[in-house]
Design a protein around this ligand. Structure first.
Ligand code: ATP
Length: 385
C-alpha cells in the first residue's frame, strides 16, 4: 500500500515500466476504497470505548510496579485508560476508540493509542490480537467500524491524501508487482509518490545498497528469496522519505546481516525525527530497538508507554506474558515425547489393513490354480485378473 499516491495524477512513469501481472497489488482490499470515500457517520461517531489519555504514553507505572511481585500469574490489566480524551494532534499518531468487526468477530475493540513523533514504537501482542487490523485502519487500507485515527494532526479518512503522504507502509510480499525487477519496483514506488525519475533512481540505488540487494537489482522480484522480498518491500516503503514508517513484522525472514543494517537505518531515521511503528513478535528485538511499546490483546491496548514503563523493571517478555495471560501452565501434550519412550505397537486399524482395490490384486507369485478349482479372490471392488 502506498497511501494516497494511488490517486496521484502522475501516470507517465507507469507507462515506462513493464505491466504488472497482477491487478492493483498495492491495494489488495476489495472495494470500497477507503482512501477515497469518507467514512460513514459511525466511523467518526463518539468513541465506543473510553479513550486512552495522555497517560497511555506515560502509564501509571506504580500500577505496573505493584504487580511485579508475582512473576507467574497474569496480572490485572493496568488501569491506564480513563475517560475519553480527544485525539492529540501533536502526536505522530493518535488513535481513539478504533473498532473493527469481521462478521461476529471483533478484531479491534475500542483501541486507543498515542504514538509520539520521533519514537520507535513497537506493537506487540499474541496472534490474532488485532495488530495488523489496527495498522491497516491506521494507514487507510481498511475502513473502521468506529473510532478515529489521526496522523500528524490530520484525520486519516477525512484528509486521507495529506495523512497518507506522511506515511510509508511496507506492502506485504503478496501485494507487490513481483514481475518487476527490484530496481523497477523501487522506481515505480518512488514515481508513484511523484518523484522525478532521476531522483527515484538515485534513491533506489541507495536503498538497494543499504539492503544488500545490488546484485539482485535487475532480477525479477518473483525470483527473490523470502528475505530479499521482505527487504525490497521495506525499501519501497522508504523511498519517498516518509515522516512515519509503518512496518508489519519487518524483520521476519531477514538474515542477521541485513537485519543489523536495517536496524541501523531505522534507528538513524528515528533519530532524525522520523517515527517508526513496527509490529513484532520478537520481544527481545522490541526491547532493544524500540523506545516505546504497546501491548495489544483482544483488540485492546493492555499497556503502553516507554519500554521501561511497560516492562516495569521486569524482562519485557515476562511482562508481556503477564499482561496477555498467554502462558498456560498445562501446556503439555502427553504423546509429544520426541521418541524418548518405547512406542508400544498398536494394532493397526482394520481400515488401514483393508487392501486398496487397485493395489491388492492377486499377487503374481501365487501359484496358478486351475480356474475351475480355485475361485477368484474375494476382491469385490477390484478388477478381475
Ligand atoms: N479479513 C478478515 N476477515 C475475517 N477476520 C479477520 C480478517 N482479518 C483479521 N481477522 C481476524 O481479526 C483478528 C485480528 O487479526 P489480526 O491479523 O489483526 O491480528 P494480529 O495481531 O496481526 O495477528 P498476528 O500476530 O497473528 O499477525 C483475528 O481473529 C483474525 O482472524
Amino acid at each position: 500500500m502506498y497511501g494516497g499516491v494511488m490517486s496521484t495524477d502522475d501516470h507517465q512513469p507507469h507507462a515506462a515500466l513493464p505491466q504488472p501481472a497482477k491487478p492493483n497489488p498495492f491495494n489488495p482490499q476489495p472495494a470500497p476504497q477507503p482512501v477515497q470515500v469518507p467514512l460513514p457517520a459511525q466511523a467518526h461517531a463518539p468513541m465506543q470505548q473510553p479513550a486512552v489519555p495522555q497517560s497511555v504514553i506515560q502509564p501509571d507505572t506504580s500500577a505496573l510496579t505493584s504487580q511485579a511481585a508475582s512473576p507467574v500469574l497474569p496480572q490485572p490489566i493496568p488501569q491506564s485508560v480513563p475517560q475519553a480524551t480527544p485525539p492529540d494532534p501533536r502526536m505522530a499518531v493518535s488513535i481513539r476508540g478504533l473498532v473493527k468487526r469481521f462478521g461476529g468477530k471483533t478484531a479491534v475493540d475500542g483501541l486507543s493509542l498515542d504514538i509520539p513523533a520521533g519514537s520507535f514504537y513497537g506493537l506487540v501482542g499474541p496472534n490474532g490480537a488485532g495488530k495488523t487490523t489496527t495498522l491497516n485502519m491506521l494507514t487507510g487500507l481498511l475502513v473502521p467500524d468506529g473510532g478515529t485515527a489521526m496522523i500528524l494532526g490530520r484525520d486519516v479518512w477525512s484528509d486521507v491524501n495529506a495523512a497518507k503522504h506522511a506515511i510509508g507502509v511496507m506492502p506485504q510480499p503478496t501485494q507487490i508487482f513481483d514481475r518487476l525487477t527490484g530496481m523497477q519496483l523501487l522506481l515505480y514506488a518512488g514515481m508513484l509518490r511523484g518523484m522525478k525519475r532521476d531522483v527515484a533512481t538515485q534513491r533506489a540505488r541507495d536503498l538497494l545498497s543499504a539492503f544488500d540487494l545490488v546484485q539482485a537489482a535487475n532480477t525479477m522480484v518473483a525470483d527473490y528469496s523470502a528475505g530479499m522480498t521482505k527487504k525490497i518491500c521495506l525499501a519501497s516503503a522508504m523511498i519517498h522519505s516518509p515522516r512515519i514508517l509503518v512496518l508489519d513484522e519487518p524483520f521476519e525472514s531477514v538474515d542477521p546481516v541485513s537485519s543489523a543494517n536495517l536496524k541501523d537505518l531505522l534507528i538513524e531515521y528515528a533519530s532524525t525525527g522520523g517515527t517508526v511503528i513496527i509490529s513484532s513478535h520478537v520481544m527481545a528485538l522490541v526491547e532493544r530497538m524500540c523506545t516505546h511499546v504497546a501491548v495489544i490483546s483482544a483488540g485492546q491496548v493492555r499497556a503502553a508507554g516507554t519500554i521501561e514503563q511497560v516492562a516495569a523493571g521486569q524482562d519485557l517478555e515476562e511482562r508481556f506474558l503477564q499482561l496477555v495471560g498467554g502462558r498456560h501452565a498445562a501446556a503439555h501434550i502427553a504423546w509429544l515425547d520426541g521418541g524418548s519412550e518405547t512406542v508400544t505397537p498398536q494394532p493397526v486399524p482394520q481400515t488401514v489393513q483393508q487392501p486398496q482395490p487397485t493395489v491388492q490384486q492377486p499377487q503374481p507369485t501365487v501359484p496358478p490354480q486351475p480356474a475351475q478349482q480355485q475361485p477368484a479372490p474375494q476382491q469385490p471392488q477390484g478388477p478381475r485378473s
